[in-house]
Write a protein that binds this ligand. Structure first.
Ligand SMILES: NC(=O)c1ccc[n+]([C@@H]2O[C@H](COP(=O)([O-])OP(=O)(O)OC[C@H]3O[C@@H](n4cnc5c(N)ncnc54)[C@H](OP(=O)(O)O)[C@@H]3O)[C@@H](O)[C@H]2O)c1
Length: 303
């Protein structure tokens, strides 16, 4: 099968297309013929070697962790799925014609959910749901989200607003209007961000969800009146500051989460920004685009 791999850490140009063996399955896994694989910031962090101290990899690495596609084969113990089912979810080695997923890591894709939208939901949607859950938000509270225009942030804003939470969202000047359309009060990120937030929330905020990882935790702690209700998904300074860093894991990757996200898109309460599409062979360009920022919507590889 065609797959994108890298044999060493480095810049995006270490990615290249290979003819790789089709993966074999463990009893609880399914093989998915990939239609779309999303490119995530994590893929860049792993490929660059920035996470070498935290995540052990075996070269060659086939990147990618979320897909939409069709079930192509079932592990010996998998029940409730059939070859040919249209699914979406978390997978390993997603930048390839075939990727492996836990049977519990994918869910049926409803007809009303386009595959290209489904492929953009698992990683960002689960992270947004988890971040909000950890903060134990109640209707009427005020939440500050750093990185409100990004893939995770856009979902977190919409889910929080739907629960009756007032959201202040940091974003670039360019994305301010988009953040307002999602239902949040936009504030421009960068120097002076906390003064601008204070103009909207003079008494501070109830909670902060940091998805930008841009060094804003100390100011966030001050604004929230302590570390208790500050959660980051992206800032490694969290531990030294006493803030919760949530990275999630397999236990969080459930069909229930996928169904909840799919339902929200289908009923119109969750809107996902259109993705940029590139062919598999342009995976290096796709990762470079994600690293560069300055865009809305995910970057997808089309198989
Ligand atoms: N821990 C977890 O479970 C988990 C799960 C998913 C993602 N993540 C992490 O969360 C981060 C965001 O992921 P994503 O998929 O949402 O990425 P994304 O779509 O690229 O969004 C990142 C957003 O942050 C904005 N941003 C940049 N600098 C900022 C600043 N100083 N203040 C506020 N916003 C700023 C970017 O704006 P510009 O376009 O203007 O640069 C962009 O809109 C990544 O670090 C990713 O690895 C963690």
């Amino acid at each position: 099968m065609r797959a994108v791999q890298y044999d060493t850490y480095g810049e995006p140009d270490v990615l290249h297309v290979v003819d790789a063996p089709t993966p074999t399955l463990k009893p609880n896994e399914v093989l998915v013929a990939v239609q779309f694989a999303a490119v995530n910031p994590f893929d860049n962090k792993l490929r660059s070697g920035a996470m070498a101290g935290m995540v052990k990899v075996t070269f060659p690495v086939t990147p990618g962790s979320e897909i939409a596609g069709r079930v192509a084969a079932l592990g010996s113990e998998v029940q409730g799925s059939a070859v040919g089912d249209e699914v979406f979810g978390w997978a390993t080695g997603a930048y390839a014609e075939f990727a492996v997923a836990l049977a519990t890591g994918v869910a049926p894709r409803p007809d009303a959910l386009p595959a290209e939208v489904a492929a953009a939901l698992p990683v960002a949607g689960e992270a947004a749901l988890r971040g909000l859950r950890l903060l134990e938000l109640r209707a009427g509270e005020t939440l500050l989200i750093h990185g409100a225009a990004g893939a995770v942030g856009s979902i977190a804003v919409q889910l929080a607003v739907a629960r009756g939470i007032t959201v202040i969202g940091t974003a670039s000047e360019r994305d301010a209007e988009a953040v307002r359309e999602l239902g949040a009060h936009p504030v421009r990120y960068g120097d002076g961000v906390f003064e601008r937030v204070r103009e909207l929330a003079p008494d501070g905020v109830d909670a902060v969800l940091d998805i930008a990882g841009a060094g804003d935790l100390p100011g966030s702690i001050e604004l929230a009146g302590g570390t208790e209700r500050v959660v980051t998904l992206a800032d490694s300074a969290a531990t030294s500051l006493g803030v919760t860093f949530s990275s999630g894991g397999r236990k969080d990757q459930t069909p229930d989460v996928l169904r909840q996200l799919a339902d929200a898109v289908v009923d119109g309460s969750l809107v996902i920004a259109p993705a940029r599409h590139l062919p598999l062979a342009d995976a290096a360009e796709a990762q470079a685009l994600v690293a560069a920022g300055g865009r809305r919507g995910k970057v997808l590889l089309d198989l």
